[in-house]
Design a protein around this ligand. Structure first.
Ligand code: ADP
Length: 524
């Protein structure tokens, strides 16, 4: 994946995490606000319920302030009712109606108690005249009957000797049980309101802790995924750039052939592509360096040959004329000499003749090597040139033990060449092959025709060459043979170069040798 895409993806992931967190927190804050509002409501219900109980208590304790306190009780009931008629939160769905009905019950019971109190007060008024002896007790009973109605009833029964079924006694007993029920009702209201308050507080706490948790979770995710991914990407980029810097530094110092780019998957991002490009550039540089080295060696070889050639041709030229004179004179002597001459003279003259021929051949080779001849190139058929060269060699060398084979296109292969010089080059190569196989062997010539060039390989199964010998074979006068001139391959090299061709040798000691020549193809 491209670096641009990777960075964009990592940014997108981080942004998404933050966006989810913001959205979640926003929704949660709205929930918290609603819950706090509800908490305020439940808190008001709780405090109003407590106020209601306080006024209820005062109503029973202070009969003189009964009017004022009962009004306060109704006011609180009114406030509670109006609060409860509003919105019912989910968590308190069961408690709101319960509280509502408790308050209704409470109100009815309070009204009933007020009615009973009124009835009992008028009843007291009516019996006052019948029990004049007890007149001093009436104010006490009237003031305390609301606080302890059952005590009042017992007092009336025992002291006033009122029958248990008397309206006053029965009324006080009823009032007592009603008051007890009202108190229970009141307690119920307090408990429910406290429960509601607790639930609302718990709910707010819960929502706040969810909000905190979300922040911790999402921020950690953001750190791990968002920042983590960016960190990994940047590290991998920095590492690879560092590696690339090292490689470039080494390459700059010319050591690119030693620089090894690990065969590791670098990923398809920009840096990976850069490294791949650099890798292939390195390969091309190595190839170019090899090619340069080869050309340099060739140039060196050509210069060396040219320098030696200039010197040798000068010497050979000077030697050529006197040598010709010696040769002609010796030939004349051979013809003139008769039987009257001693044997030693005859033998010596023969020896002079054969040595002169040998020196003439060397001088001829030197002149050929040094000057060469101009190229008379034309379209020629290579198979024919090869066969003729082998025949020519057969004229001067015994080829009985040599098995010759030509592997080529039977239809013929056309090249642009000087046929005489090409023949000369091939004769030299065949001569060397035959010399390397004194006990016989295979001499194989293969011709492979390519698109623009023709490949010609001359190989033998002879004694082969050591690496040191291979290095020197094109040097003039380098020979390992007793009667060699060391000029044969130098002449071959010059001829092939003149034809814009290349020559390569492959050989191992004891395993034969192979000379591979490439030549430009003919237009035909
Ligand atoms: P000469 O044949 O006179 O020695 P060349 O230049 O033709 O000179 O060859 C140089 C040397 O290269 C030879 O002496 C021989 O050692 C080696 N050489 C050339 N061709 C072959 C071959 N086919 N097998 C083994 N050695 C060879």
């Amino acid at each position: 994946m491209l670096l641009k895409k990777k960075t964009a993806l990592s940014f997108f992931i981080s942004a998404s995490i933050i966006a989810i967190l913001v959205g979640f927190e926003y929704a949660n804050f709205i929930k918290i606000r609603n819950e706090i509002h509800l908490l305020e409501v439940t808190d008001t219900i709780r405090s109003e319920s407590l106020q209601l109980r306080r006024h209820e208590k005062n109503y029973f304790l202070y009969p003189l302030k009964a009017e004022e306190e009962s009004a306060a009780v109704y006011r609180r009931i009114g406030v509670l009712k109006s609060i409860l008629s509003g919105h019912i939160p989910e968590e308190n769905t069961g408690r709101f109606p319960r509280l509502k009905s408790s308050i209704q019950e409470y109100e009815q019971r309070f009204k009933k108690i007020q009615g009973s109190v009124r009835d009992l007060s008028s009843e007291f008024e009516s019996i006052k005249d019948s029990y004049k002896d007890y007149a001093k007790f009436f104010p006490i009973i009237e003031l305390t009957f609301l606080e302890h109605p059952i005590v009042g009833a017992e007092f009336l029964e025992k002291v006033f000797v009122l029958p248990p079924g008397h309206r006053l006694v029965a009324g006080l007993k009823d009032l007592d049980s009603e008051i007890n029920l009202l108190r229970k009702n009141g307690e119920d209201i307090i408990n429910t309101s406290q429960e509601m308050d607790k639930v609302a507080r718990g709910s707010v706490d819960h929502t706040i802790s969810i909000s905190q948790m979300a922040m911790v979770v999402f921020f950690s995710l953001f750190l791990v995924i968002g920042i983590g991914t960016l960190f990994v990407i940047s590290r991998s980029v920095v590492d690879r750039l560092k590696f690339l810097t090292d490689v470039i530094e080494k390459t700059g110092k010319g050591g690119f052939s030693q620089v090894k780019v690990p065969a590791q998957e670098w990923g398809g991002d920009e840096v990976g592509v850069l490294i791949e490009e650099f890798k292939s550039m390195g390969k091309k540089l190595v190839q170019r360096e090899d090619e340069l080295h080869r050309k340099e060696t060739e140039l060196y070889q050509s210069r060396k040959l040219a320098a030696i050639g200039t010197l040798a041709s000068g010497v050979a030229h000077e030697l050529n004329n006197p040598l010709n004179n010696i040769y002609i004179s010796v030939q004349r002597l051979v013809r003139e000499i008769g039987d009257g001459y001693p044997m030693i003279i005859k033998e010596s003259i023969d020896d002079i003749l054969s040595q002169t021929i040998r020196v003439k051949r060397i001088v001829g080779d030197i002149l050929e090597f040094a000057r060469g001849r101009d190229l008379q190139a034309r379209e020629v058929e290579l198979n024919a040139v090869i066969s003729r060269a082998y025949e020519l060699l057969g004229g001067s060398v015994n080829l009985e033990k040599v098995s010759f084979s030509l592997d080529s296109d039977p239809g013929g292969v056309l090249i642009s060449a000087d046929p005489e010089q090409m023949e000369r080059a091939l004769v030299n190569l065949f001569q060397n092959a035959v010399d390397a196989m004194p006990d016989g062997g295979d001499l194989t010539v293969k011709v492979k025709s390519g698109k623009d060039r023709v490949e010609l390989t001359v190989s033998d199964t002879g004694k082969g060459m050591s690496a040191e010998t291979i290095e020197k074979i094109y040097d003039p006068f380098f020979t390992t043979k007793d009667k060699g001139t060391g000029l044969g391959l130098g002449i071959v090299f010059n001829i092939i170069k003149k034809h814009n061709g290349d020559i390569l040798v492959r050989s191992q000691e004891g395993k034969g040798a192979g000379f591979m020549i490439t030549l430009p193809k003919g237009k035909g």
